[in-house]
Every structure is written in C-alpha cells, then in structure tokens.
Design a protein around this ligand. Structure first.
Ligand code: SAH
Length: 244
C-alpha cells in the first residue's frame, strides 16, 4: 500500500468512527424533550381522537384533559408513549390509567367547581391533577409509600392545593369527610362501607368492582340516605385495591 493510500484509509476509518459516534449519541438522547411543544400537539390529538370521538362531551373534563401534561406523570422511558390511549407502568406493579377511562370516570362523577372530592389510589397523581383542574378541594390517598412520595412531590410543584395521604384508602380519609364525590382507581371485590359512609347524601362515587384482572364492572354509586343506588357504566380492567 502506498503512503497516499494509507493516508486515505486512515481518513476513511476516522470518518466512519466519527459518523457512528454522532449517530450513537443522537440515538441515546430521548426522542422528545420534556418541554417539547410536540407533547402539546400529541395531547390535543389524543383528546380529539380518543376522548371526544368516543363520546366524552363534558366541557370541563375535555378542557382538563387538554391541559394536564400526562407526560410529566410518567418516567422518562415512558414519555414518548404518554399520549397513547393505554395504561402505562408507574412502578411497584401499578399503572397510570388509560386516558379515556380517566375522562369517562371524571365525567360520570359529575364533578362541579367547589365540590370536595376524595380519590382512592393516587398512583402517579394524574387523575388528581384532572380533578384539581375542575375543583379546588381534592384529597387523594395512596397505600404504597414510594408512589405516594413521588406523587406528593410532583403534585406539590404542579397542583399545590391537592392534599395527599399515605394510608389504606379502603377506610377513606375520615379526617376531611364528608365528600361530595369519591373516585376509586383500584378495584375492590365489594364497595367499601367506609366510603359510602363518607359520602354526603346525594353524593356520587365512581368505583370499579370485581376480582383481580377480569370481570370488573365500573359502577356509579349514588347515596340516598343510608342506602345507595347503583348504575352500571361498563366493563373495565383495574389493578386490585390492596387491603392488608
Ligand atoms: N389514579 C392513578 C391510578 C393508579 S393505579 C393515576 O392516575 O395514576 C391504582 C393505585 O391505587 C395504585 O397506585 C395503588 O398502589 C393504589 N392502591 C391500591 N390499593 C389501595 C388502597 N387500599 N388504598 C390506597 N391506594 C391503593
């Protein structure tokens, strides 16, 4: 090989190394930046295609879904999928609910500004944020300490009015009862009596009930004196309500 050819070969090798290096660096970066305006566009598209077109028509619910940045309630690895209409893992075997189900439950709750609302199962804090877009009095209970800590810090920054507690939500949150509305985002096998007791007369609870993983039904429970009236909303799949 002549000295000239050697030189050319070295230049080619160096160029290939640089090109591969730059490509690897580009691929290792997240596809979307946290504040990327693409997220806003993806969110508007999700609301149009997965929420409004499927029959959600309460304006306050639609506005809340358009406003709350779901990508900030999941890990970096999940961010690119934040506006897909499906549940996503949030750690500890738990999930952030599917956007359509969040919208449906909030609509069925008939939540009005000024209502005091209790959520059981804070998880990522996303549903709490949707509630907080509609009313100022949001209380949320989470049983798993690590999820509670993450959600508390996140909500403190983004929705400081939301009050969060780390205890077993089967028993509601006695301290601030009664509630105008209760929303349960994990499925027990029966409607917990303490939750009925903590609802005002005429108050509404939306709750999935059924065995783990299958055959669960989403119910709208309306309190009438000491009794309740129940209306079936649809079949659903939720993580179980832990009650140890
Ligand atoms: N609303 C959440 C959905 C989280 S999934 C969101 O928007 O992200 C359901 C959550 O309920 C999980 O975080 C789970 O840990 C919690 N959970 C299960 N059993 C519970 C109980 N007995 N009391 C309070 N939280 C409970």
């Amino acid at each position: 090989m002549t000295a000239k050819n050697k030189k050319i070969l070295i230049i080619i090798i160096i160029s290939v190394v640089i090109i591969f290096g730059v490509a690897a660096w580009l691929m290792s970066r997240p596809l979307l930046d946290e504040n990327d305006e693409n997220f806003g566009l993806m969110r508007q598209q999700m609301v149009k295609e997965d929420i409004v077109s499927r029959g959600i028509n309460n304006t306050e619910v639609i506005e809340a879904m358009k406003t709350v940045p779901r990508h900030q309630f999941v890990s970096r690895e999940q961010m690119a999928s934040a506006y897909d209409d499906r549940p996503l893992p949030i750690g500890e075997g738990q999930t952030i609910s599917q956007p359509y189900i969040v919208a449906l439950m909030t609509e069925e709750l008939e939540l009005q500004p000024g209502h005091k609302v209790l959520e059981i199962g804070t998880g990522s804090g996303y549903q709490s944020a949707i509630l907080a877009e509609i009313t100022d009095e949001v209380y949320s209970v989470e049983i798993i300490s690590s999820l509670y800590e993450t959600a508390r810090e996140r909500l403190e920054q983004m929705y400081p009015g939301v009050k969060v507690s780390n205890h077993n939500g089967y028993y509601g949150w006695e301290e601030y009862a009664l509630y105008d509305r209760i929303i349960v985002t994990a499925a027990p096998d029966h409607i917990p009596r303490p939750l009925i007791d903590q609802l005002v007369d005429g108050g509404i609870m939306v709750i999935p009930v059924g065995p783990p993983g299958w055959n669960q039904v989403l119910w709208k429970v309306i309190k009438e004196g000491d009794d309740v009236r129940t209306e079936r909303i649809c079949d659903v799949v939720f993580v179980p309500l832990l009650n140890d």
